[in-house]
Design a protein around this ligand. Sequence first.
Ligand code: HEM
Length: 532
Amino acid sequence: MQTHGSESYYVIGEGLLGESIDGRDLGDEPPIVAAAAAAADAADVTPPFRFSRLGPKGVNRQLGEPNRKKVGAAMAVAGGGQSQIPAGFTYLGQFIDHDLTFDKTAVMLGANVTPAELLQGRSPSLDLDSLYGAGPEDPESAKFYEADGIHLKVGKTVGPTKVGFDLPRGAGSTNAQKRKAIIPDPRNDENLAVAQMHCAMIRFHNRVVDTLPASVPQGQRFAKARKRVTKHYQWMIRTDYLPRICAAGVVNDVFNNGRKVFEPGAPAMSVPTMPIEFSVAAFRLGHAMIRARYNWNAVFDNGGGTLGLLFTFSALGGDLGGDTRLASIWIADFRRLFNFGEANKPNLTVPPAKFNRAMRIDTTIVDPLQHLPPKAIGLPGSTPFNDVARNLAFRNLTRAGMLKLATGQQMANFLKNKGVNVTKLTKAQIRNGNNGADLGALTQAQREAFLKNTPLWFYVLREAELNGGKLKGVGARIVAETFHRAMQGSTSSIVNDPSFAPTLGPNSTTFRMVDLLLFAFEGKKALLAPNG
Ligand code: HEM
């Protein structure tokens, strides 16, 4: 079963790194599982996903397990408070992560895949292939589409039935088969918030199709719509999502002046890779944004939408509460997740007390993330509540150890040497932070080791914590460059087509997430918040 997160990383030039974290041995495994890589080569099996290493290896710089356990526990205590970022951006981030790390070849039939497609399909891109699969013409992906091969399938909620508010789900004889989402990337059914985000993106595509001029011939309608959707989505990421999580100066520098460190001279349309420093550390920033409870909608109000319930009412993190379709009372109220006041729609806003803001990007994650649902991470259901393998912070730190990921300090030096203007955090800054994780439980020796060789994920979160909750320095550079490269490597790309200007927002330079939702949901309260 596909669960959230890669279990192993095929790093170009190094082979298959890391092993399942689910086994009991969570210590410092040998970094390169040479035998597995050799076996894959021998069998001429194409490697899974094209990861690469941007910086140096962190040999002899990894924390021991007791240290990781203490840091993991220190991080999973909540603490840093809320940010100004609307909480919907957390799950937009998770959706984007799945788009970036989606292995398209999983939905393609071997015989139909050319070598070029194979390479491209296993590369990071922001092409929305987690929404489109390999397209309606592909036999394995046809099931995601209506019979016309142009619209994406939608699902129905129950009690009362509402069309278009759930993911399309399966048929079959068992309840598990019936509730399985029929979408290219099952990870988008890992929790209700990301699932509702996926539904919104389905709706966005379908509405773009419906608003294409009648003159567009039938045979071109899908391709035209997909291109329009993808470029608007990229525009929104570059101008709305990224500047909310990352220092705007860095985002602008990378998009206006180009990349300095990550595959800097790569020709347009060449196949990109995904730096493990992004995947295993920097972009896990989203874990800090997750709230323990949400004012989800009018029914599950005042914190009634707990993170646990958001898992329960999905089919990968839970079991849809025992049903085979989502109950209508769980449909999202997008007005509580995104601020439509930004688009001058005061009639689509909720009182501040009902609005959900993401947690600040800092070195803390909320307590429920210490106890991830075993099912979502491929662990047996009997895994004890306090098992450390269920702690997301410990998992992230351990994954870095397995890959011998560069430390924060190593990456700061590396970037400086490449001409990037970053200021290295001091030991005092790493130790004290700003109302984030408290390292007081570490022994003197453990703390010394930690301050000298700080795990990259923690380091970029501390940078953000000291910068009002926005990535800067090392974290901002890694994230902005990786996004730029992924857009450059996409078939439809605003990086390769600088003449593109959005047409679905209020003017030719503006297309934000609120504009995407307004377009998708026709600006109607009854669709953005059907539970009132
Ligand atoms: C409730 C929400 C979320 C849950 C439960 C969750 C859980 C997880 C888990 C269990 C992993 C694998 C950990 C391992 O290495 O063993 C993971 C990986 C990852 N997560 Fe999350 N995550 C959530 C939201 C997010 C968000 C909002 C972002 C970014 C904005 C994010 C970014 C990533 C990245 C980049 C990875 C590694 C790449 C991948 O394989 O997908 N996650 N997450």
